[in-house]
Design a protein around this ligand. Structure first.
Ligand code: PLZ
Length: 452
């Protein structure tokens, strides 16, 4: 049995939680139903949820709910708890820092951990040029600041994002995000000077990386003009848009064009960063060195922290006082990040992400061989997806995808969907998940697909 918090009588999270799928009630059980009723009454309707449970503990590869069900976690809270929930070193760092001080505001009285996180990010991000970093609270805030910095540096205004891109829900980042529902619909007007270029999507466009890049660059040159363009922002592997892996050569060609045209190339690695893809950063897979890189999610073991890291001369373009925010680089979040980054560097997690990727890819391609509704299996490391299509027409099948995901959750396996067409199931397990639990999770997905 796992340890229990004596005040609340709930199991303590972390890797010592029993690593099992355990169904005690139907989902949602009575306690979870009570919370969901309170949520409906008290929380704005726009804030949705995927799994109808009340989470009370999590760790390793499971999330335990208030009814005692133990669900297999194949989502990591959208690629955040890559280290595993309540990682002991992260918990220890948080507790120690919280007892010391919880906030001073780095812009008022600086503290060491913020500087140490900046140093660590400058060291672990791609490229051996001189780098600097600035810290923020959320991914969207990091993206906003990367754009501010690029504009100030280039003295230009336009920004290009890509089809299927996702960069956040704030006003500027909504403009960068491609998909209207649910992210943008009715929330305009959006920030100006944002333009969209076609992506490389090998499964659907059939283009080589070079051909897709030529198409994108031609549109950028004709419709925006390099003289007006401050930055190009792209996720090296798209997350919310459908785990789209661009064809080889696409990203290097875009980077090369940016370099030649005084355009800042920003890699949004908020979802792909920190060992998730079987490399510390996905840019490494494609052999590119971004000018700026945005990070968040996996950076701090679940604490809210985000960063922009990049070429020192670009990062220093903003005047003193031009960047900041009350909470950016909060000391508790920074302590968690230092513990998390140390774990990424010392616990063999890049290797572990590759092992998980091999298991997922083997199992899903075996399923695909016997089921034409799985149109594509793709991804890197512990970021793998299956795209579901109508077997006869090849068209996206969002209804099937939603039905499979729902059936999985009912059976105690949390899977997330994504994709512009809503027809992708993505697998983002914590790297702390044991192999047998991962296999059991995939078994449940396979059964749900067979039954759909
Ligand atoms: N850039 C590449 O994946 C966050 C969004 C979940 P925040 N993705 C999960 C949802 O529906 O809101 C994300 C991302 C990439 C930016 C962001 C934004 O990060 O921390 O959610 O602001």
């Amino acid at each position: 049995m796992s340890a229990v918090d004596t005040l609340t009588n709930t199991p303590l999270g972390g890797p010592t939680l029993p690593q099992e799928r355990r169904m005690v009630t139907a989902i949602p059980g009575p306690r979870s139903q009570q919370l969901l009723a309170r949520k409906a009454a008290a929380v704005a309707a726009g804030v949705g949820h995927t799994a109808p449970i009340e989470a009370v503990a999590a760790g390793g590869g499971v999330i335990v709910d208030a009814d005692g069900n133990s669900l297999i976690d194949l989502g990591s809270g959208i690629a955040v708890t890559t280290l595993g929930n309540a990682h002991p070193k992260v918990v220890e760092a948080i507790q120690a820092q919280a007892a010391q001080f919880t906030h001073t505001c780095f812009m008022i009285s600086p503290y060491e951990s913020y500087v140490a996180v900046a140093e660590a990010l400058n060291r672990v991000t791609p490229g051996d040029h001189a780098k600097k970093s600035a810290l923020f609270n959320s991914g969207a805030e990091a993206v906003e600041n990367a754009i501010k910095i690029a504009r100030k540096h280039t003295k230009k205004q336009a920004v290009v994002a890509f089809d299927h891109g996702y960069h956040g829900r704030t006003n500027l980042t909504m403009a960068l995000t491609a998909k209207a529902m649910p992210y943008k619909s009715g929330f305009g007007p959006f920030a100006s000077e944002i333009y969209r270029a076609p992506l490389s999507y090998p499964y659907r466009d059939g283009l080589s990386g070079a051909a897709a890049a030529e198409k994108a660059i031609s549109i950028i040159e004709k419709q925006v003009g390099a003289d007006n363009l401050a930055a190009v922002i792209i996720e090296p592997i798209q997350g919310e848009g459908g785990f789209i892996v661009p064809a080889d050569g696409f990203l290097p060609a875009i980077v090369e064009w940016c370099r030649a045209n005084d355009v800042v190339f920003i890699a949004d690695e908020i979802q792909t960063g920190f060992a998730r893809t079987g490399s510390m950063f996905a840019s490494e897979i494609f052999g590119i060195v971004p000018d700026l890189i945005t990070t968040a999610k996996g950076i701090a073991g679940g604490m809210p922290l985000a960063a922009v890291t990049g070429r020192a001369e670009i990062m220093d373009a903003a005047h003193a006082g031009g960047l900041g925010g009350t909470y950016g680089g909060n000391p508790v979040a920074c302590a968690a990040a230092l513990a998390a980054i140390e774990a990424f560097e010392t616990e063999g997690l890049i290797e572990r992400a590759r092992e998980i990727g091999a298991i997922l890819t083997d199992r899903l391609t075996a399923l695909q061989a016997g089921d034409p509704r799985i149109g594509d299996v793709r991804g890197h490391g512990a970021m793998i997806a299956a795209e579901f299509v109508d077997a006869a027409t090849g068209k996206p099948d969002a209804a099937l995808t939603a039905a499979v995901a729902k059936a999985c959750i009912a059976e105690g396996v949390i899977v997330l969907t994504c994709g512009t067409y809503g027809n992708v199931i993505r697998f983002l397990p914590p790297l702390s998940i044991p192999d047998d639990l991962l296999h059991e999770g995939i078994d449940v997905v396979a059964a749900a697909l067979a039954g759909a």
